[in-house]
Design a protein. Sequence first.
Length: 170
Amino acid sequence: MSPRARAVRCLALLAAASLALHSGGDAFACGDKFARVGRGARYQRGYVALHPASIVLYMGSGAAASGTLKGMDKALKAAGHKVVAVRADALVPALRDGKHDLVLADFTDASRIASEVKAAPNPPELLPVMKKPTPDAYAEAEKQWVCVVGDPGDKYEVLTSIDKVLEKRK
């Protein structure tokens, strides 16, 4: 390589480096907080509860038969709720021992456990969950309960319904 070609190459590199150094400040003006390692937005978390609550997830006969509440505990915990999953024989001790804000139960179990929930020292709200209800069945359930979840497969609907119930309670 000739000395003249080396000089041209060197000047080109210096010009590129100078351009990069002088334009770097403006390039990071919008969004530089997201470019830093460990400081970006947490997209993996998804929905964050407006009112983090202590929730009893009642896994009674209806929930077990229909699979209505399957995987719900993970979604609730990811949103920021404290979750205790109980079977039929453990519901009363769980309500007696702890202060809970909400009981999430399958619709078929809700009317059966309503008296036990109301008899708790600090009675939580009861939120029934229906799996694929017909429009008529859903309308009838809304007359009976403060709030009803119609599609447990849609975790966003469940979480927003929980926030609605807790907002009414406060």
